[in-house]
Every structure is written in structure tokens, then in C-alpha cells.
Design a protein around this ligand. Structure first.
Ligand code: HAM
Length: 416
């Protein structure tokens, strides 16, 4: 019998492992510049740590943990996320005794027993950072900027940053009442998941994709913030704007873990089926105390590496396959002859150029240009050639113009 890897796991083989190393190198290099230092904590911890840390009513703790009893009769759990272990270590090793903010990072496997789908695994990897010991919103902005830089430097395009304030526990308790009053009359209209979630975690209900149509007039947590929370949130936005980090406020953004206070944020990017969140994090001012440490605040993030690498691969494939830059159509004897020289020159200038080799008529050549998804078609007849010009058609908007032959490469390069 041949063995197979467990469902939801992956073998990262040579050829792909280099991509991982590349992305991990970027993560480490960014951390070096931001002065975050590596911490390595155990892959399993006591089950109670996650129950307390992540929260009893979260999907992670209720349904997704790999928990077992070891031979010494202790209940242990493979870490479903990195924050609880780092905070445990921060407390156990009394890192809070150091005079500066503890800025820590990690890269490693996490385990969640989730339903398998594209971008969702049972063993997956996170690059995460945690900064403990300061409430300054400049630190929130720094952490958000760090994650944004990671995606940018890895070359992933189209990443959006969404931010929200989830308030303090007392703000949330008050908002919860308002929200329940809004949701309860709608109970029957909501999907099964939401119906069962209403009492336990009404804030998550607002985040449901299928039920959005019922939530148009839902109350917003941003209207329930007290002064301390609004000030923190406003300062965060000012810092992000100063840094030029593009962000959107999403008042319905809630995270799947219970420890957040004030800032919550996610990085979003379309491209992996139904999943659009590729990373997230937030502030957790009560967590250190919750797991037995002093009352120290914290903020951090976790970025999924599988999702990052999948999207980078997808992006590279699209860039390679989809388009050529220009298809050169030569019509007439002299023009055909010039075509050979011209595509050679364009290619030497770094342009992806193609032409016809079958002596086809103009119409068939234009169809060929379409098949190659040419960004431009350059049309050269004997008349144009005599004048030292060539017709250039922008295939995206149909616009045509005549350009001097010796400026064709420059003209194309400006637009591709
Ligand atoms: P999280 O949102 O649960 O946050 O996970 C962060 C990221 O890990 C997700 O955005 C996703 O990219 C990736 N991820 C999560 N589950 C899976 C899965 N089953 N398969 C593939 N990728 C997955 C946390 O874990 C927090 N500890 C983040 C944090 C740090 N907050 C404060 N500090």
C-alpha cells in the first residue's frame, strides 16, 4: 500500500521550496529593518493556553484544534496560531522586564482542522509579528505598514488594507446589545451559521458574506466607540495617511479570534476562490493579563504564506502567458522584408514581439494578433515604409496612430 500525505497538508518540493525561501528572506529582511527579532516557540502548547488565549467560543477552539492527550496525561494542542504561544513565552521569560517594547517575529507551521478548499490547509505557515509593551497607535501603524511592505516587496500586486476598531470589551458589550436588538427580528432570514452565531458572537454575523443584503441598516461599531477608542483609531489613520499606506475603513471587519481590542485589520486580495483575506492582525491589550501576565498591551499580525505564494505564482503565470506586447503586420514585399528586421529590433529592446510567417492576409494576421492577446498591433504597408512610418493600433481601446518607424520601440515601451 502506498502512503499519502494527510488531507490538508502539502509537500513543498525542490523547485517550489526556493519560492518559500525567497518569501521568507523578504520577511526576515523587513523584520531586520523594522527591528523585530526572531522568537521560536514550541509547535505544541497546553490546550488551555489556546482556550484562554484564542477564546472558547471561536471556531478555532470549538472545532479546529488538533488536541490530544500525551503519555503523561496532559492535554496538548498543535498551535493553531502564533500569538498565544509568543505571549506565553513573553510572560514566562519575563520579557516585559526589559526597558524597550518587545518586538518579536516568527515564521512557521500552524495547524487547524478546517474543511479543505483552495487556500485553506490543515497545516499552513504564517509569518507573524508581535509587539508588546506599548499602547501608542504609531506602533499599530508600524505593524500594518510592515505587513504591507512584505506584500509589496514580495511583488504581490493589488493588496488592499482594511482597518476597523473593535473597541474595548465594555464598548463591545454595549454594541453587542444594540446589534442583538437589530439582528433578532431578522433571525429567520439569516443563514444557518449566523443563526447559531447570533447569541455567541453577533459581531461575526455582520461579516457573513451571504447575509449582507439584510445588514444595510445595521448599527456600526464606529458609532459606539468611546473617546479613548476613537482617539486611538483617529491617530492610527493619521499615521497611515502620513506614511502613504492606502487603507479602507470597514466597520464590519471582525476577526476570528477573541483577543482583539481597538485596532483590527486585514490584507485582502482576490484570486483564491472564495477566500480574499491573505493576512490579518490587531491589538490585544487584555491578552497578556488574560494568560497570567502583567497588564501589558500588544499588537501583531499573521500573514499566510501559502496564500501569498499561490497568488505570486498565479500573477507570474498571468504575466507570462497572457500577452505579447506587439504583433507586427507586414503588407507588401518591401514591408514584409522590413518586418523581419523590425521584430528583431523590438525584441532586442526588451519587447515581446510576434509576426506572421505564413504569408497570410491582413485579416488572418489580425486574428493571430488577437489569439496572442497582443497589446498593440503595428501595421506596415509599402506606403508607410516609404515615409518611414508605421501604423500603431492600441488593442485595448482601438485607437490608431502613425508613428515614425525609429520611435516604435520607445512608443510601445511607454505603455507596457
Ligand atoms: P488569522 O486571521 O487567524 O490570525 O490568520 C492569519 C492568516 O493566516 C490568515 O489571513 C491566512 O492567510 C492564514 N491562515 C489562517 N488559516 C489558514 C488555513 N487554514 N490555511 C491557510 N492559511 C491560513 C491569526 O492567526 C493571528 N494570530 C494573527 C495575529 C497576530 N493577530 C495578532 N497577532
Amino acid at each position: 500500500m502506498a502512503f499519502q500525505k494527510p488531507p490538508g497538508t502539502q509537500d513543498i518540493l525542490p523547485g517550489t521550496s526556493e519560492r518559500w525561501q525567497h518569501v521568507e528572506r523578504i520577511a526576515r529582511d523587513i523584520c531586520r529593518r523594522y527591528n523585530f527579532r526572531e522568537i521560536r516557540t514550541p509547535i505544541f502548547e497546553s490546550t488551555e493556553l489556546f482556550q484562554r488565549g484564542v477564546g472558547e467560543t471561536t471556531d478555532i477552539v470549538e472545532k479546529e484544534m488538533y488536541t490530544f492527550t500525551d503519555r503523561g496525561n496532559r492535554s496538548v494542542t498543535l498551535r493553531p496560531e502564533g500569538t498565544a504561544g509568543v505571549v506565553r513565552s513573553y510572560v514566562e521569560n519575563k520579557l516585559y522586564g526589559e526597558p524597550d517594547v518587545s518586538k518579536l517575529y516568527y515564521i512557521g507551521p500552524m495547524f487547524r482542522y478546517e474543511r479543505q478548499q483552495a487556500g485553506r490547509y490543515r497545516q499552513f505557515h504564517q509569518f507573524g509579528v508581535e509587539a508588546l509593551g506599548a499602547v501608542d497607535p504609531a506602533l499599530d501603524a508600524e505593524v500594518i505598514a510592515l505587513g504591507y511592505s512584505f506584500y509589496t516587496e514580495a511583488g504581490l500586486e493589488g493588496v488592499r488594507v482594511e482597518i476597523n476598531s473593535v473597541g474595548t470589551p465594555s464598548v463591545r458589550a454595549a454594541f453587542r446589545e444594540r446589534l442583538l436588538a437589530f439582528l433578532e427580528p431578522k433571525h429567520e432570514l439569516l443563514c444557518k451559521d449566523c443563526q447559531s452565531r447570533i447569541d455567541r458572537n453577533p459581531l461575526r454575523v455582520l461579516d457573513c458574506k451571504t447575509d449582507q443584503k439584510h445588514f444595510e441598516d445595521a448599527p456600526s461599531i464606529l458609532d459606539s466607540l468611546d473617546e479613548e477608542c476613537s482617539t486611538h483609531f483617529n491617530k492610527l489613520q493619521a499615521y497611515l495617511s502620513d506614511m502613504g499606506i492606502p487603507y479602507e475603513i470597514n466597520p464590519r471587519l471582525v476577526r476570528g479570534l477573541d483577543y482583539y481590542t481597538h485596532t483590527a485589520f486585514e490584507y485582502k486580495r482576490e484570486g483564491i476562490g472564495a477566500i480574499d483575506t491573505i493576512g490579518g492582525g490587531g491589538r490585544y491589550n487584555g491578552l497578556v493579563a488574560e494568560i497570567g501576565g502583567p497588564d501589558q498591551p500588544g499588537i501583531g499580525l499573521g500573514l499566510g504564506l501559502e496564500r501569498t505564494i499561490m497568488l505570486l505564482e498565479q500573477q507570474a503565470e498571468q504575466a507570462n502567458d497572457s500577452q505579447i506586447d506587439v504583433y507586427v503586420v507586414g503588407l507588401g514585399e518591401a514591408a514584409e522584408r522590413e518586418t523581419a528586421r523590425l521584430v528583431y529590433e523590438l525584441r532586442r529592446a526588451g519587447i515581446r514581439a510576434e509576426r506572421d510567417y505564413l504569408g497570410r492576409k491582413m485579416k488572418a494576421q489580425m486574428k493571430s494578433a488577437d489569439r496572442f492577446q497582443a497589446r498593440f498591433t503595428a501595421i506596415l504597408g509599402d506606403d508607410e515604409l516609404a515615409k518611414g512610418e508605421i501604423g500603431l493600433k492600441d488593442m485595448a481601446n482601438g485607437e490608431q496612430k502613425l508613428v515614425p518607424l525609429n520611435e516604435l520601440a520607445r512608443e510601445i515601451k511607454q505603455s507596457v
